[in-house]
Design a protein around this ligand. Structure first.
Ligand code: 5GP
Ligand code: ZN
Length: 116
């Protein structure tokens, strides 16, 4: 993917981010507008638009993304009290950045999954 993808530009180092973990294939960095005390985005370095194209295109990489999210959850001290890991997908899912990313949220009780 080229320079028009925000998260590809973060992977390329063209846009700064607070990186908390990097592997050969994944990157985890703090959300610029955190919705919880801990809010980390976990992405594959390779561009996939959403979790469906990632899972279909490279399920192994999807597993590596989950493994990175789990390590970050441990490092951020979230595993005892719990946390939320979610992929907003498509317009109804509220996805705004079309480079697949898992939101890792925790650090306080997160309340119900959805507001009604
Ligand atoms: P989405 O709505 O696509 O699931 O989530 C996109 C997330 O990316 C939002 O939580 C938003 O705050 C975050 N975000 C948008 N632009 C930037 C940026 O330039 N840097 C970082 N670190 N996060 C960003
Ligand atoms: Zn991208």
């Amino acid at each position: 993917m080229g320079t028009d993808c925000l998260f590809c530009r973060i992977v390329a180092g063209e846009i700064p981010a607070t990186i908390v973990r990097e592997t050969a294939t994944t990157l985890a960095f703090r959300d610029i507008d955190p919705k919880a005390p801990t809010h980390v985005l976990v992405i594959p370095k390779e561009h996939y638009a959403d979790v469906v194209t990632l899972a279909e295109g490279d399920p192994g990489l999807a597993g590596e993304l989950l493994a990175t999210a789990a390590v970050v959850a441990e490092e951020e001290g979230l595993t005892t009290d719990g946390f939320r890991l979610m992929f907003n997908t498509g317009p109804w899912g509220g996805q705004e950045v079309f480079h697949v990313h898992a939101h890792l949220l925790g650090g306080a009780p997160l309340g119900p999954m959805l507001c009604r």
